[in-house]
Unconditional design. Structure first.
Lengths: 111, 113
């Protein structure tokens, strides 16, 4: 049974700071990894995904994956107040059919 | 691009009654559809996964008797919440798989009074 945990539960950072969000998973056979962002009252929107070990950068966002340590992370450079939201990591195993969401990290970027 | 329409966006039902929500994939054929629930202050819990040519698989704590799902073709799925009570309130999300990625609908917010 896949167990996906996120840390920290909540985070407050000043505008312009670098923010790091963490996600651990329990199934070493996991193959697909996503980060989603959910604004209050809305459905989550996909931010980035990664399928192999390493790093991927898109604009201010960077995602790291280390399958051996069962860990992946999201880093936000030059955080903006508009980045304030609930961030959810999601993991799926072989075939990618069953996606399990993490517990979420609530980010607040103060202006 | 892949789009998923989910409706209604929000609904209110009386305690003990049932409500149905629908999920439509547009522009692609969904090989699987997943239904999730986000209870207040919680993360998304997987209710069930419906995959082509396989039986619908429900997660622990969720049953077909409570959340019957219909998946008649590769672009449409519906789920009903039967005998809804206060603990069933939350945001229900459908996700349709397009290749290796899931595209999610906008969610159906259920309020039970």
């Amino acid at each position: 049974q896949q167990n996906v945990q996120q840390s920290p539960e909540s985070l407050i950072v000043p505008e312009g700071a670098r923010t790091s969000l963490n996600c651990t998973f329990s199934d070493s056979a996991s193959q697909y990894f996503w980060w989603y962002r959910q604004h209050s009252g809305k459905a989550p929107k996909a931010l980035m995904s990664i399928f192999s070990n390493g790093e991927k950068e898109e604009g201010r966002f960077t995602i790291h994956l280390n399958k051996a340590s069962l860990h992946f992370s999201l880093h936000i450079r030059d955080s903006q107040p508009s980045d304030s939201a609930l961030y959810l990591c999601a993991v799926s195993g072989t075939g990618g059919y069953k996606v399990v969401f993490g517990s979420g990290t609530r980010l607040l970027v103060s202006p | 691009g892949a789009l998923v329409y989910q409706y209604p966006r929000r609904t209110i039902c009386k305690s003990g009654t049932s409500m149905r929500m629908e999920c439509q994939a547009v522009g692609f054929q969904a090989t699987s559809v997943a239904w999730y629930r986000q209870s207040p202050q919680k993360t998304f819990e997987l209710i069930a996964l419906s995959t082509v040519n396989s039986a619908i698989k429900y997660e622990q704590n969720f049953t077909q008797e409570k959340f019957p799902i219909s998946h008649p073709n590769l672009s449409f799925s519906s789920m009903t919440v039967l005998n809804a009570y206060l603990e069933d309130r939350g945001l229900y999300l459908c996700g349709a798989r397009d290749g290796s990625d899931y595209t999610f609908g906008s969610g159906t917010r259920l309020l039970v009074i």
